[in-house]
Design a protein around this ligand. Structure first.
Ligand SMILES: Cc1cc2nc3c(=O)[nH]c(=O)nc-3n(C[C@H](O)[C@H](O)[C@H](O)COP(=O)(O)O)c2cc1C
Length: 167
C-alpha cells in the first residue's frame, strides 16, 4: 500500500467536531475534542465514537459508563482548541468553559448549541482508538439551528488547512 495515498484518501472523509465529556463520579472529569463520531442506529438511537485507548478520557468514559457529545457550532473554533489538551476543572469551569451536569452526570458545555447524553452499551477494543458505542438517553437543544442542523456544526475543514485527525 502507498502510505501517502492511504493518508490522502482517508483524509477525504469529512468530519464534524465535538467535545466528548464524562464524569466517573470519583473526581475524574474528562473532556476531549473528537471527530471520529457518527450515529449508527435509529432504534435504539446509537452513536459511536473512537476514543484514544491510552487517554485519560478513555479511562474516565469506561469508568463512568456514560458520556456526552457536545456539538460545537461554527463559531466555536476556540472551544475546539481548548479541549485538545487534558481538561481541568477550576472555579466551577471545565478548562475555562462554563458547564452543568447532565442527567448522566456528564458535563454539558453551556456554549454548545446541542448535546446528547449516552449510556455506554459496548466498547470495541481494536487499534489505538477503541470504539465506544453509546445509546442516546438524553438530548439538549440549547440553540435551535436556523437551517439544516448539519450546517450549524463546526467541521474539521473549518479548523485550518493543516489540521487533520485521520490519514
Ligand atoms: C483535530 C483533532 C481531532 C481529534 N479527534 C480525536 C478523536 O476522534 N478521538 C480521540 O480519542 N482523540 C481525538 N483527538 C485528541 C484529543 O483531543 C486529546 O487526546 C485529548 O483532548 C487529550 O486529553 P486526555 O488525554 O485527557 O484524553 C483529536 C485531536 C485533534 C487535534
Amino acid at each position: 500500500m502507498n502510505a501517502d495515498a492511504k493518508k490522502t484518501v482517508l483524509r477525504m472523509i469529512p468530519y464534524g467536531i465535538y467535545v466528548l465529556t464524562a464524569d466517573d463520579g470519583q473526581g475524574n472529569i474528562a473532556a476531549a475534542t473528537v471527530n471520529w463520531v457518527t450515529q449508527s442506529a435509529f432504534a435504539p438511537p446509537l452513536v459511536v465514537a473512537a476514543v484514544k485507548a491510552d487517554s485519560g478520557t478513555y479511562k474516565t468514559v469506561k469508568a463512568a459508563k456514560t458520556f456526552a457529545l457536545n456539538m460545537l457550532g461554527k463559531d466555536h473554533k476556540g472551544l475546539a482548541f481548548a479541549f485538545f489538551r487534558p481538561a481541568d476543572v477550576s472555579d466551577g469551569k471545565l478548562s475555562g468553559q462554563p458547564y452543568r451536569k447532565g442527567a448522566t452526570g456528564a458535563p454539558i458545555l453551556s456554549d454548545a448549541p446541542g448535546a446528547v447524553e449516552c449510556k455506554v452499551t459496548a466498547v470495541i477494543e481494536q487499534g489505538d482508538h477503541h470504539i465506544v458505542v453509546g445509546e442516546v438517553v438524553e438530548a439538549h437543544l440549547q440553540k435551535p439551528p436556523a437551517g439544516r442542523p448539519d450546517t450549524a456544526i463546526l467541521e474539521m475543514k473549518d479548523l485550518g488547512d493543516n489540521v487533520f485527525y485521520g490519514g
